[in-house]
Design a protein around this ligand. Structure first.
Ligand SMILES: [Zn+2]
Length: 346
């Protein structure tokens, strides 16, 4: 049943810019890639891309993978041309220091550097301390008049970091959250052959700012069951106790039992773990006391939709050095494809 995944598509997806509410380039890429495999393609008012494929039953599966990544928006350009910015989505300012970004302007992207005072001139009080967001700035390396011509408040920026494979089957890039989920959903959609379900594959917008796209997308589909394909923080790192790992990198697909927004119904949870055991797909139970994903919106839609987040373990989540493991990507793909293709009995 295992299909070979084309990781060059994941590489391309991670490098496309698309913060919450600015997902157009990701959407266009997916539309071109997947339209030939779809019975119907449409984009809704919020920008969710919705692809459908007819199934052999009268049941409907909603798949959600959010296209947006966390990023920055230019708030103000100072008299010397330095950009002040706000964050879009949950970024820890500690991860922004000394990073490169790509500022997306009307006339294309500009490289920017998030600067800070060098160690040589910090005061005793500042040394070793986190720099608050208000003290960070982006330097695009141009004279102030030129910056004001080329950049406007409301322009946005993504973190800049190439896709690299390293170690034992690991990948590091920006935007693995959630281009990895998008990648799995795209590959899955291409691989559907007379699926059991009528499949709605929705590539959602604005998840990182409060599952906004999924809220409207779910309303537009009468789903019998929903799977959300997203990343989740793998906290299996030094300084964290094992009970707080959430999931482990390389431990297989995370099947969400509980997070801050959703509790997976027991029958659905049991059916998903049962499929993994039968098909020998590596899985682990995800329990996250904080955080949520598109399932949080979908399961509350209309009269309620049984929903579960399939979660890809990702270290350093919401930074530009997010890390995931290829075998986990494969396990998540295998489980999601099996569900769509053969149905989930619950
Ligand atoms: Zn995510």
């Amino acid at each position: 049943m295992t299909s070979k995944l084309d990781f060059s598509i994941l590489k391309t997806l991670t490098q496309l810019p698309g913060i919450s509410g600015r997902e157009g380039q990701v959407r266009d890429y997916l539309k071109n890639l997947l339209a030939p495999a779809a019975d119907e393609v449409r984009t809704d008012a919020l920008g969710n891309l919705i692809l459908t494929k007819k199934g052999t039953s009268d049941k409907t599966l909603l798949l959600c993978a959010h296209m947006d990544e966390v990023g920055l928006m230019v708030q103000f350009i100072d008299e010397r041309g330095f950009l002040r910015f706000v964050t879009v989505g949950g970024i820890d300012p500690r991860t922004l220091l000394a990073q490169r970004v790509r500022v997306q302007t009307q006339n294309g992207p500009l490289l920017g550097i998030i600067g800070t005072k060098p160690a040589h001139i910090t005061t005793e009080a500042e040394r070793g301390k986190a720099v608050p967001l208000k003290d960070l700035f982006i330097d695009v390396g141009l004279p102030a008049e030129e910056v004001k011509k080329r950049v406007s408040p409301g322009d946005w920026a993504v973190l800049d970091r190439p896709y690299e494979e390293f170690g034992n089957g690991l990948i590091s890039a920006k935007a693995i959250d959630n281009r990895a989920g998008v990648f799995i959903q795209a590959e899955l959609f291409k691989n559907l052959k007379n699926p059991f379900y009528n499949v709605y594959a929705v590539f959602t917008v604005q998840e990182e700012v409060g599952v906004r796209g999924a809220t409207t997308a779910a309303f537009g589909v009468d789903a019998d069951v929903c799977l959300c394909l997203d990343t989740t923080g793998a906290a299996d790192i030094p300084g964290v106790a094992p009970q707080d790992y959430i999931v482990r990198l390389g431990g297989g697909v995370g099947i969400s039992a509980l997070d801050a927004r959703t509790i997976t119904p027991q029958p659905l949870f049991d059916a998903l773990t049962q499929i993994c055991r039968e098909k020998q797909i590596a899985y682990q139970v995800r329990i996250a006391q904080r955080g949520g994903n598109d399932a949080g919106a979908v399961h509350l839609s209309k009269t309620g939709v049984p929903s579960c987040a399939l979660s890809l373990p990702t270290r350093n989540i919401h930074s530009n050095v997010e890390v995931c493991a290829k075998p986990d990507v494969q396990a998540m793909f295998d489980l999601a494809l099996c569900c769509a293709q053969q149905g989930i009995v619950f």
